[in-house]
Design a protein around this ligand. Structure first.
Ligand code: TYD
Ligand code: MG
Length: 455
C-alpha cells in the first residue's frame, strides 16, 4: 500500500477512527460526529522507523536520574498559579481559547520575558514582521528568545534539535502538519500526529512545550478531545471580547490542582497579571448607587469580590423581560420566584436585568445573596451602603444556606476594606469570629435581609 492514499472516518468528539461511516460513534456514543479524512501517505512501518525516538532504549528506573529543578518559573505569577507552580520540565501544555482572546499575546510575552532560558516561538499564523510589531509593544527585546515561522512539523522538530530550546511555544497546533500524512492541517489525524510527535520530542529531550489550540464555536478544543488525552496540562483561556478581563482555568493538570484560576487584564501593552482581582471587579463610585451589591465569591479555590448590578423597572409590555450576563438565567428566575413569595416582589410586572462586573461568569451559588440584594436595592431604589458585602446561597423556601470556604471569603472582604459581610446563619457555627475585624452578620431568611437593608 506504500504511497497510496486512503481515507478513514474520525470521530470529532473523541478522535476514534473507523473504516466506514456510522451514524453513531462506537467509542463515545456521540451521534453524527464522524468525518472522513485522508490518512497516511506511507506505510506505518516507515513512519515509526523515521521518528525521533530512535535514540531511546528501554532502561530500569535505577538508571533514571530525576533532574534537580523540575519546574520552570514562567515569571508570570498567574500563569505559574494555574500550572501548579511553574511549568514542569518535559511537559506538554495545551493552551486553548477562542480566536482573539489573547493566546498569542500571552505566549509571546511569556517567551520574551524569560531571559535565563532559551525559548523558541513557532508561529504558523503570523509573519515575523507581525510578531515583531506586537513584540515591540508587549515586551522588551530578548536575545535568548528565538522565532520561527514554519508549519511543517518535521522542520520544526529539526530546528528544535539544532537550537535546543528549553521551552517551545507552538502557535497554533491547528496550523502544523506532518509531511507523513496526507490530511490537511487542522484535521484530526494531523493534530493527533503532530501532538504525539511533539510529545515524543518533549519527553526524550526534557523540553517543555506549550501548544496553542483554537476552540470551536461550541466551546470544545478543536481537534478535539484527542489532544486532551495526549497533553499533560490543559489550560482554557476564557473571557468576553468586550471586556478587558481574561481568565485561565486548568481543565486538566497532571502536576497540580485544577481548582486554580489565573486572572489577566488585556491592555494596550499586552496582558497584565491581576494579582488582586477584587480591586478591579468593584467600581469605586463616589456615592452608593441603587441596584449594586458586592458578592464575596469563590472560583475553584480563589476568593474574590465581584459587583452585581441589577436594574428593575416596570415592564413596558405584557411579558416582563429577564436578562442577565455572567449569571445563569434559570437561577435568576428561581431567585425572582423566591423574592415574589418571600419579599412581596411583584414578579409579573417587572423587567429585571442583571450583570456581573468585568464580563466574568459566576457559577458559585454563594453569589445568590448579593444578587437578591442588588435586585431588591434597584426595586426599592435604595442604595446599599458601600461597605457591605454578601456571601450566601438561597434555597427554594427563601432560606439562606451556608457556603463553602466562608472564612476565605470573609478574609477577602476584609482585605478589600469592607466593614460588614452578610453570611448564612449556619455558616457562623464553628467560625472563629474574633479572628476578623470585619463585622459578620448571620441571616437565615431572605425576608430578614430585606428588613436589615431597607427597614
Ligand atoms: P491574540 O493574542 O492575537 O489572540 P489569539 O492568539 O488568542 O487569537 O490577541 C488579539 C486581541 O488582543 C486583539 O483583539 C487585540 C488585543 N490586544 C490588545 O488589546 N492589546 C495588546 O497589547 C495586544 C497584543 C492585543
Ligand atoms: Mg493567535
Amino acid at each position: 500500500m506504500a504511497g497510496k492514499s486512503k481515507t478513514l472516518w474520525f470521530c470529532k468528539n473523541c478522535g476514534a477512527e473507523s473504516a466506514k461511516w456510522m451514524g453513531r460513534c462506537s467509542s463515545c456514543g456521540e451521534w453524527n460526529s464522524l468525518i472522513e479524512e485522508p490518512v497516511y501517505k506511507e506505510t506505518h512501518k516507515n513512519r515509526f522507523s523515521s521518528s525521533a525516538i530512535s535514540s531511546v532504549r528501554p532502561q530500569t528506573l535505577a538508571s533514571v536520574t530525576i533532574p534537580k529543578q523540575d519546574r520552570t518559573d514562567t515569571l508570570n505569577g498567574e500563569l505559574n498559579r494555574v500550572l501548579g507552580g511553574g511549568i514542569m520540565q518535559g511537559s506538554i501544555v495545551l493552551l486553548g481559547g477562542e480566536p482573539g482572546i489573547g493566546k498569542s499575546t500571552l505566549a509571546l510575552q511569556t517567551a520574551m520575558n524569560l531571559r535565563d532560558i532559551k525559548t523558541l516561538y513557532v508561529s504558523g499564523e503570523e509573519s515575523l514582521f507581525q510578531i515583531k510589531n506586537r513584540a515591540e509593544r508587549v515586551a522588551r527585546p530578548n536575545e535568548n528568545c528565538w522565532f520561527y515561522t514554519e508549519t511543517l512539523l518535521e522542520d520544526v522538530i529539526h530546528q528544535c534539535q539544532e537550537l535546543k530550546p528549553d521551552l517551545i511555544f507552538i502557535d497554533s497546533i491547528q496550523t502544523l502538519y506532518s509531511g507523513q500524512l496526507e490530511a490537511p492541517p487542522g484535521s484530526i489525524s494531523q493534530i493527533r500526529e503532530c501532538a504525539s510527535q511533539l510529545l515524543r520530542y518533549a519527553k526524550t529531550t526534557q523540553t517543555s512545550v506549550i501548544l496553542i489550540g483554537h476552540i470551536t464555536k461550541d466551546g470544545v478544543l478543536a481537534g478535539p478531545k484527542v489532544l486532551e488525552h495526549i497533553v499533560d496540562v490543559v489550560l482554557q483561556f476564557e473571557g468576553d471580547h468586550y471586556h478587558v478581563y481574561r481568565v485561565i482555568r486548568p481543565l486538566k493538570n497532571r502536576f497540580g490542582p485544577t481548582s486554580e484560576l489565573g486572572i489577566f487584564e488585556m491592555r494596550g501593552e499586552g496582558l497584565r497579571e491581576v494579582t488582586n482581582p477584587s480591586e478591579l471587579l468593584i467600581n469605586t463610585h463616589e456615592d452608593a448607587l441603587s441596584g449594586i451589591a458586592i458578592g464575596a465569591t469563590i472560583d475553584g479555590i480563589r476568593p474574590f469580590l465581584i459587583e452585581c448590578q441589577s436594574l428593575v423597572s416596570t415592564a413596558a409590555y405584557g411579558t416582563p423581560q429577564r436578562s442577565c450576563t455572567g449569571f445563569d438565567a434559570r437561577r435568576l428566575n428561581m431567585l425572582l420566584a423566591v423574592l415574589e413569595k418571600r419579599a412581596s416582589f411583584k414578579l409579573a410586572s417587572k423587567d429585571v436585568f442583571l450583570n456581573m462586573a468585568g464580563g466574568l461568569k459566576v457559577e458559585d451559588p454563594g453569589i445568590d445573596l448579593a444578587v437578591i440584594a442588588a435586585i431588591m436595592s434597584s426595586n426599592a431604589d435604595l442604595a446599599i451602603p458601600r461597605a457591605y458585602c454578601f456571601a450566601g446561597e438561597i434555597g427554594l423556601s427563601g432560606e439562606v444556606r451556608p457556603v463553602q470556604r466562608v472564612d476565605q471569603r470573609i478574609a477577602e472582604a476584609q482585605k478589600a476594606g469592607f466593614k460588614k459581610i452578610f453570611i448564612a446563619g449556619n455558616n457562623l457555627r464553628g467560625l472563629d469570629v474574633s479572628r476578623f475585624q470585619i463585622q459578620i452578620e448571620g441571616i437565615t431568611k431572605v425576608e430578614q435581609l430585606v428588613r436589615k437593608l431597607f427597614g
